[in-house]
Design a binder for this molecule. Structure first.
Ligand code: NAD
Length: 362
């Protein structure tokens, strides 16, 4: 089949890692008989340099016309890059916020998967790691405390600050549906995380999740308080499949979950809306300190491309092939500098892409 993909190389290491992801996708196309057509979109510093703004309306329209978006990373060194002399609304990150809003990307999906070969990088004890873990965190991205009304007032000579945490049934329902859909493609378990013993917003969250769960009889679900979840992630991460949670809890838990996997260069992510559309990108930034030196680990971006095949294009077998090729490449001992350990073979960004691409099998 022929698929239309918008590609945002971005800044720093972005173009290098996206090049490798495209290399792997093209190989998947050859092996499985698909054609992937790419349309490049400028975002971040790359767009500022050409258009004076971090994202043009035309670029948004191009992204909307595609089936999905694959992105590298954007931004530069805030201390030295001229992009950060501009007013905040014209800086690279403003482009990212604009595209998320324009595409209505309300759900953020971040997997935490421990590769057998990278167990050494995991800070947990061997008896906790066991046979490893494989979970995803589905975080609500456009509501909650970060988007509620806020104010700071002065009363009787003392400053008082207020933030508000609001969720509507619609906001909760649409992300719960996405989480259950994703669980259906995985091990069929949802853990909905809240603070329902204290917060009204969490009690509503629980009630709506229970309603949604009725439509997914094949998926088991449980509720867990956020403080307990934070503990369980380092005590027994293998118990989780899909963790569903609101914006701030998800912000904290997803960083905790990624820490326990080890390297930042391995972590993929997706931002999704109500349709099959999604924007797929590595969890890390544009690493300006190593840009252009063939040092970046492209695996997070390559795994983001695998998620894109699975969740936006329904190409599960092809996504499995990419994940298996990554596993096999690690097993064969190839490592970029960030995951290098003695006794393994150090390779650059491009060679890592080659090694993974040549291991794609039907
Ligand atoms: P970063 O993730 O870019 O880098 C942190 C450290 O990890 C650096 O030492 C870097 O060399 C290393 N690193 C990151 N990715 C790597 C990879 N694939 N392979 C090997 N090493 C890797 O975070 P930062 O330095 O705080 O931010 C740099 C820029 O990225 C900033 O402009 C920031 O705003 C931007 N950023 C963008 C996104 C995004 O595009 N979604 C996300 C986070 C940060």
């Amino acid at each position: 089949m022929n698929h239309q993909i918008a590609v945002i190389p971005g800044d720093g290491i972005g173009p290098e890692i996206v090049r490798e992801a495209r290399k792997v996708l093209d190989r998947v196309g050859e092996v499985f008989g698909h054609t992937f057509e790419y349309t490049e979109v400028l975002l971040g510093g790359a767009s500022i340099d050409v258009h004076g703004v971090p994202l043009t309306d035309e670029a948004v329209e191009t992204a909307k016309k595609a089936e999905c978006v694959l992105m590298g990373s954007i931004g530069g060194d805030a201390k030295t890059s001229p992009w950060y002399q501009l007013e905040p609304s014209l800086r690279p990150e403003a482009g990212l916020l604009k595209i998320r809003k324009a595409l209505n990307l309300f759900a953020n999906l971040r997997p935490a998967y421990l590769y057998e070969e990278l167990k050494e990088a995991c800070p947990l004890k061997d008896e906790i790691i066991g046979d490893g873990f494989d979970l995803v965190i589905m975080r609500e991205l456009t509501g909650g405390l970060y988007f509620g009304e806020r104010k700071t007032v002065e009363e009787n000579g003392e400053k008082k600050a207020t933030d508000t945490l609001t969720y509507s049934e619609t906001e909760i329902r649409r992300i719960a549906i996405r989480a259950f859909d994703i669980a259906q493609k995985r091990r069929k378990k949802v853990t909905s995380v809240d603070k329902a013993n204290v917060l009204d917003s969490s009690r509503l969250w629980r009630a709506v999740v229970e309603e949604v769960a009725k439509d997914y009889p094949g998926v088991s679900y449980e509720h867990m308080l956020v403080d307990n979840c934070a503990m369980q992630l380092v005590k027994d991460p293998a118990q989780f499949d899909v963790i569903l949670t609101e914006n701030m809890f998800g912000d904290i838990l997803s960083d905790e979950a990624s820490m326990v996997t080890g390297s930042i260069g391995m972590l993929s992510s997706a931002s999704l809306n109500e349709t099959k559309f999604g924007l797929y990108e590595p969890s890390h930034g544009s690493a300006p300190d190593i840009a252009g030196q063939d040092l970046a680990n492209p695996i997070a971006t390559i795994l983001s491309a695998a998620m894109m095949l699975r969740y936006s294009l329904d190409l599960d077998q092809e996504a499995d092939a990419i994940e298996e090729a990554v596993r096999q490449t690690l097993k064969d001992g190839y490592r970029t500098g960030d995951i290098y350990s003695e006794g393994t073979t150090r390779v650059g960004t491009a060679e890592m892409g080659d090694r993974i691409a040549e291991r794609i099998r039907k």
